[in-house]
Design a protein around this ligand. Structure first.
Ligand code: ADP
Ligand code: ZN
Length: 200
C-alpha cells in the first residue's frame, strides 16, 4: 500500500453498489487498529438512502459518520487532533471539498474520499474528477452489471422502471427513482434530439 511520511489524498471511486462504502470502512477500521485518530464524514444528502455509518475496530472502538451538507460544514467540524479524515458520498459535496482535502493533506493528514465518479448520465459527478486528479492514490471499483453480469462502470437511473432522460436532474429529491449498476453497453440514457451525439 502507498505510504508517505506526510499527508496524502486517497480516492475510492466507482458506481453505486461497487463497494466504496465497504472499502472506506475497511480502511477506517484498519486505521483504528493502528490507533490513529479518525473522523468519518458522510454527505448529508445521502441520509434518505440509508442510516448512519458505524465503523468498529476489533478492540471495540466505534465511530459514527458525522453528517455534513457542505465542505464548509466538514471544515468546521474537523478535529485538529485527527490524523485520518474519511468522507463518504463525496460526489454530493461542493467544490470546497477540493481546497479542504488539499490543505488537510498538506498539513500531514491522510484524507480518504469515497464517491460515485459518474452521474446517472455517465458524466463526471461533482468534485470527483478533480479529487481523482489531485489524489496520490485512486482506486476505481466496479459493481456487477445487473443485465449482463459484466463489470459495471455506470449507474443507471430508472424512473417508474424506465431509463431516466438525459435532462433529468443530477440529484433527485423524491422517491420514484431507483438505481442499478450497469456496464457501458447496457447503460441507457435517452437524449433529447438536440443533444444527440453526432459521430463525425
Ligand atoms: P457503494 O458504497 O459503492 O454503493 P456498498 O459498499 O454500499 O457500495 O455496497 C456494496 C455491496 O452491494 C456488495 O458487497 C454487494 O453485497 C451489494 N450489491 C448489490 N447489488 C450489487 C451489484 N449489482 N454489484 C455488486 N454488488 C452489489
Ligand atoms: Zn451489461
Amino acid at each position: 500500500m502507498f505510504q508517505a511520511s506526510g499527508g496524502w489524498i486517497e480516492v475510492v471511486a466507482g458506481v453505486m453498489f461497487s463497494g466504496k462504502s465497504e472499502e472506506l470502512q475497511r480502511r477506517v477500521r484498519r486505521a483504528l487498529i493502528a490507533r490513529k485518530r479518525v473522523q468519518v464524514f458522510k454527505s448529508h444528502l445521502d441520509a434518505r438512502y440509508g442510516g448512519v455509518h458505524r465503523v468498529s475496530s476489533h478492540d471495540g472502538r466505534m465511530l459514527e459518520a458525522i453528517p455534513a451538507e457542505s465542505a464548509a460544514q466538514i471544515g468546521q467540524q474537523i478535529d485538529p487532533q485527527a490524523q485520518v479524515i474519511a468522507v463518504d458520498e463525496a460526489q454530493f459535496l461542493d467544490d470546497g471539498i477540493v481546497p479542504l482535502a488539499t490543505s488537510l493533506a498538506e498539513r500531514g493528514r491522510r484524507v480518504i474520499l469515497a464517491g460515485i465518479d459518474t452521474d446517472f448520465r455517465g458524466e463526471p459527478f461533482g468534485p470527483m474528477p478533480v479529487l481523482m486528479a489531485l489524489a496520490e492514490v485512486v482506486d476505481k471499483l466496479h459493481a456487477i452489471c445487473v443485465l449482463c453480469g459484466n463489470p459495471a462502470s455506470r449507474t443507471q437511473r430508472l424512473i417508474n422502471g424506465r431509463p431516466a432522460a438525459y435532462d433529468s436532474p443530477t440529484i433527485m429529491v423524491g422517491g420514484s427513482e431507483s438505481y442499478e449498476a450497469r456496464c457501458r453497453a447496457c447503460h441507457v440514457v435517452p437524449r433529447p434530439d438536440d443533444r444527440q451525439v453526432r459521430l463525425l
